[in-house]
Design a protein around this ligand. Structure first.
Ligand SMILES: [Fe+2]
Ligand SMILES: [Fe+2]
Length: 190
């Protein structure tokens, strides 16, 4: 099932950026790192754009409607997940505003940015966990081989997370990895 592999891969990539963001914000809080706004902006851009443009459309337009049509039991969970997609986008927009403010005013802007980062991290772990632990098992159980074939074809025809939008998101991911200090990235350790 390519559908499930693609969803897992995208969750892993997103989770690795979120983990690195948690580490960096912690290091700034502890005075061990100066903010690198180029890196923070790339991270916030990634966690805003990739779910919105690459990942959620696959779930919202293909997987969720297919599962809804096959399982009445999945309806409440899908309602929650769809709501979380729009809440998540609102939260990343607020995060971007807080980052701009932090960059404009310096240290006094850090606390508000950090609060939103932590709120978003908790929110998003919960979302990824709901999909991994409840949605995907329900889908495996309820969908037929034909359903998976249809989903696999739609996922492969419409999206490629690594080259999507002329490779801009793959490039953005590489940039984040290169700018993030070890042990989370390949940048020089602090
Ligand atoms: Fe989702
Ligand atoms: Fe997802």
């Amino acid at each position: 099932m390519k559908t499930i592999d693609i969803i897992h891969d995208e969750h892993r990539a997103l989770a690795s950026v979120l983990q690195a963001l948690r580490y960096i914000v912690g290091e700034i809080r502890n005075g061990k790192m100066q903010p690198d706004f180029r890196l923070l902006a790339a991270m916030v851009d990634y966690i805003t754009q990739v779910p919105e443009k690459v990942h959620h459309p696959k779930e919202d337009d293909f997987l969720f409607p297919k599962l809804r049509s096959r399982s009445a039991e999945a309806a409440a969970l899908i309602d929650t997940l769809e709501q979380q997609h729009s809440d998540g986008y609102r939260m990343t927009t607020a995060l971007l505003q807080a980052l701009i403010h932090y960059q404009s005013v310096g240290a006094p802007g850090f606390a508000a940015f950090e609060d939103l980062v932590r709120e978003y991290l908790d929110f998003n772990w919960n979302h990824l966990n709901l999909e991994e632990s409840q949605l995907l098992p329900m889908a495996r159980h309820a969908l037929s081989e034909d359903d998976w074939r249809e989903l696999d074809a739609a996922f492969c025809a419409n999206f490629n997370p690594y080259t999507g939008a002329a490779g801009e998101f793959a490039e953005l991911f590489r940039k984040i990895v290169n700018l993030t200090p070890a042990p989370y990235g390949l940048g020089s350790a602090v």
